[in-house]
Design a protein around this ligand. Sequence first.
Ligand code: PTJ
Length: 264
Amino acid sequence: MPLNENQDSDVPKSHPRYLSLKYRHTIIEGMRNLIVAEAGLIAHGRGECFDYILGEQTSQSAKNAVKAAVAALIIADKPVISVNGNVAALVPEELVNLSKLLDIPLEINLFYRKEGRIEAIENVLKNAGATDIKGVNEETMIELEGLESNRRKVDFIGKADVVMVPLEDGDRTEALKKLNKKVIAVDLNPLSRTALWADITIVDNIIRVVPLMIEIAKELKKLKKKSLEKILDDFDNKKNILDSLDLIIKYIQQQKVDAFKILK
Ligand code: PTJ
C-alpha cells in the first residue's frame, strides 16, 4: 500500500521502518495542528539522520548522561523543563509524567512564535494531564540577556538553576550558560553547539530519552543527596560526547563492511 500522507494510519506495522514513519507522521500532523513549526520538520529530519548513524538505540553513554541528568534535576533548587513544538508533538504524556514524578514545571519556549502555537502546545500538554504550565502568560515573562531570538522570552526559566532543553538551538544554550545555569540537553547531534555547550548532553532520541528518564527517576528518587551528588561528580560530559562520536565512527565503519557484501 502506498504511504499516502493523508492516510497516516495506513503505514503497515510490518514495514521495516514503521516506527520511524510513525514519528514522521506524528510530526507532520503536529505541524498541521500548529504544534510543530514548519522548520520542525527539517529539524526532525536532521535528527533522524543522526539517529540512523547512532544505530537507533540508546547507547551506554546516553544512559550515563540520563542518569546524571535525573540526578541533577532531583538535586536542583529550581529545575525546569523547556518544551518546544517537536517535543510536545512527540512525547506529551511522557513529559507530563516526568514533570509530575519529579515535581518540575514544564515551560513552553518557542523559537518560532507563530500566532496560535503556544495555545496549541498548551492544549496538548493539558490533554496529557499537565496542570502547571509556564511560558503562557506574557505578563510574567522576562527577557534573557544576550539573546535576540524569541527564545529570550522566558518565565520560570529566568529563575531556574537547572534547565533541561530538548532539541534546542545553540544560542540559548550559550545564553543560559552565561547566566550560570546548569543545562541538560537532549540532542541527537553530538556536534551541535547545544551539545557542546551543555553541562549534560544526552545524545539520543527524545522518544527514548523521556521514558528512560522516568524509569531512572523512580530509582534515583530513593537515593540520598550525597549519592546523587556522587553520580554527578562521576559524570564527564567531555568523555560522553567523545564516546558518542566514536560510536558513530564505529557504526559507519561496520555499515561500510556490511554494504561491501551487498554491493555488486
Ligand atoms: O518549536 P520551536 O518553534 O521552538 O522550534 C523547534 C525547532 C526544533 C524547530 C528549533 O529549535 C530548531 O530549529 O532546532 P535546530 O537548531 O534544528 O536543532 C534541533 C536539534 O535537535 C538538531 O541538532 C537535531 O539533530 C536534534 N533533534 C531532532 N530531532 C530529535 C533531535 N534530538 C533528539 N531527539 C529527536 N527526536
